[in-house]
Design a protein around this ligand. Structure first.
Ligand SMILES: [Zn+2]
Length: 424
C-alpha cells in the first residue's frame, strides 16, 4: 500500500515537472539522436536538461523550449551517449622508459598525474570509466573529488588494488601476496571497505609482466570461488584478467562477472561465456598493429614487444569468435582512453576494431555506451539518451550507424549537463 502511494506521488511529481518544463537549464537543439535500439534516429531533436539530468526529449515541433534556458545549437550533428571505457588504469606504468621515469613517484604526485589524465579522458568524450586495478586507490579518491565537483573527469568505478597471487601476473619475484581462499577473501573485503565496487583477480599470466604464462590457469578454482562469493555478498562484482581458456572456464563456473582481455580463448569457452552471460572486455588495441607506435614512444623493451606480438593473432581470433558466438562485449582499452592511436583515441580505435572483427556499427556503438552501463548495473542512470538519466551526451559530426569511424570526430562533450568541450 505504502509502495503504491509512493509510486503515485513520484509519478505525479515527474509529470508536473515535465509538463511545466520550467526547471530546464539547457537545451540541445537541432541534432539527430541516434537510436541505440536500431530504430530510426530522431532528426531535428530537442533535449531539455535540468541540472544533471535529461528532462525531456522530442522533435522540435513537439517540445516548447523555455525562454530562460541556455540553447546549444547542435544542428547538423549526431547525438550519442557519452562513451564508456571499462578497462582503464589511470596510474598505469608500463615497462621501459615510462617505468624508469616514474620510479620514484610519490602518492601525491600520482594523484596529480591521474587527475590530469582524468581531464583528458573526459575531453576525449569518455564520461564513465572502470578501473580494474587502481594504484594506491587514487582512482577511488579521484572519483569522490569529481563527484564533489572539485575535479573534472569521468564517473569512475574502481576495483581498488588488484588481488595478486604470489608469482602471478602483477607480482614481483620473491614477494608474497594474498594466497589461498582466506587471504584472498580478506584482501577482497579490504578493497571493498575502501570504496571499491569491483574486485580484480589475475587468474592467468599477462603481457606486461613476466609472472606466469598467458595460457596458464594460475589461480585455483577454490580461490576464485571464494573471492567471487565474498564480493557478491557485498554487492560488488569481480573482473578477471585472463588470457587463458582453462582459467576462463573455471572463472565462468565460479560466477565471475567479466573476463578482461581474453587473449587466447577457444570457441567452447566463449560459448560457455555467452550462455552464462559473462562479459568480455577485449582491450584489443593493445595487441594490434595500430598501437605499435605507442609502444615505440614509451620505449618498451624487446621482451615486452615479443610477448605482445605472440598474442596479437590469437587475441584477434578470440575477439572474432566471441562476436560470432554473441558474447556480451563491453569496450575497454587497457590504454588511457585518450591515448593517441592511429590518428584518433584508443577508445575510438577499439570500437573501430570491433566493427572490423565482425560487429555491426550499431553493435560497436552499443559496446561503447549502453553495454558497459549494463555491465556496471548503472543503465538506469546513464549509457543512453533517455529522460531521467544523466545528461552524458556527445555531439559527433556524422552518423556512427553508417560508419563507426564517426567516433573520431567529437565536437561537444557534456557530462551530467555540464559542457566540458565545445568545438561546435
Ligand atoms: Zn589492465
Amino acid at each position: 500500500m505504502r509502495t503504491k502511494l509512493t509510486r503515485l506521488v513520484l509519478l505525479c511529481a515527474s509529470f508536473c515537472f515535465t509538463a511545466n518544463a520550467l526547471a530546464a537549464s539547457t537545451a540541445l537543439v537541432g541534432g539527430t539522436i541516434v537510436d541505440l535500439e536500431g530504430g530510426k534516429s530522431l532528426p531535428n531533436a530537442v533535449v531539455l536538461i535540468d541540472g544533471e539530468r535529461i528532462e525531456a526529449i522530442g522533435s522540435r515541433e513537439d517540445i516548447a523550449i523555455p525562454d530562460d534556458v541556455e540553447v546549444i545549437d547542435v544542428s547538423g550533428k549526431w547525438l550519442i551517449p557519452g562513451l564508456m571505457n571499462m578497462h582503464v588504469h589511470l596510474g598505469l606504468k608500463l615497462p621501459g622508459k615510462m617505468s624508469a621515469e616514474l620510479a620514484n613517484e610519490t602518492e601525491a604526485e600520482l594523484a596529480f598525474r591521474i587527475a590530469a589524465a582524468a581531464r583528458e579522458v573526459l575531453h576525449a568524450g569518455v564520461t564513465t570509466i572502470r578501473m580494474p586495478g587502481d594504484t594506491a586507490r587514487a582512482g577511488i579518491a579521484l572519483d569522490k573529488s569529481i563527484r564533489k565537483g572539485e575535479s573534472h573527469g569521468p564517473r569512475i568505478y574502481s576495483a581498488g588494488e588488484s588481488l595478486v597471487i604470489t608469482g602471478g601476473h602483477g607480482s614481483e619475484p620473491g614477494v608474497t601476496y594474498a594466497d589461498g581462499p582466506d587471504e584472498l577473501v580478506k584482501a577482497a573485503r579490504r578493497e571493498i571497505s575502501l570504496g571499491a565496487s569491483w574486485n580484480k583477480i589475475l587468474i592467468s599470466g599477462g603481457i606486461a609482466t613476466d609472472g606466469g604464462g598467458i595460457a596458464e590457469a594460475l589461480m585455483t578454482p577454490e580461490e576464485m570461488r571464494a573471492v567471487i562469493d565474498a564480493a557478491h555478498r557485498f554487492g560488488a562484482k569481480v573482473a578477471a584478467h585472463s588470457g587463458s581458456t582453462p582459467a576462463t572456464s573455471a572463472a565462468v563456473d565460479a560466477g565471475v562477472d567479466s573476463i578482461e582481455h581474453g587473449y587466447m580463448l577457444d570457441r567452447a569457452v566463449l560459448k560457455k561465456m555467452a550462455r552464462a552471460g559473462t562479459w568480455l572486455v577485449p582491450t584489443i588495441v593493445v595487441s594490434q598493429p595500430a598501437t605499435a607506435p605507442f609502444f615505440e614512444r614509451i620505449g618498451s623493451p624487446q621482451w615486452y614487444l615479443d610477448r605482445r606480438d605472440s598474442v596479437g593473432k590469437l587475441h584477434w581470433e578470440s575477439l572474432r569468435t566471441a562476436i560470432d558466438e554473441g558474447v556480451d562485449i563491453a569496450l575497454g582499452t587497457d590504454q588511457l582512453p585518450h591515448e593517441p592511436n592511429d590518428g584518433t583515441t584508443a577508445t575510438a580505435r577499439e570500437a573501430q576494431y570491433y566493427a572490423e572483427a565482425g560487429m555491426t556499427n550499431l553493435q560497436a556503438l552499443r559496446a561503447a555506451t549502453i553495454a558497459p552501463a549494463q555491465m556496471l548495473d548503472i543503465n538506469d542512470q546513464t549509457g543512453s539518451i533517455e529522460v531521467g538519466k544523466y545528461a552524458d551526451i556527445l555531439a559527433i559530426d556524422s552518423d556512427p550507424v553508417d560508419d563507426i569511424k564517426a567516433l573520431r570526430n567529437i565536437s561537444l562533450v557534456m557530462k551530467g549537463g555540464t559542457v566540458y568541450r565545445n568545438e561546435l
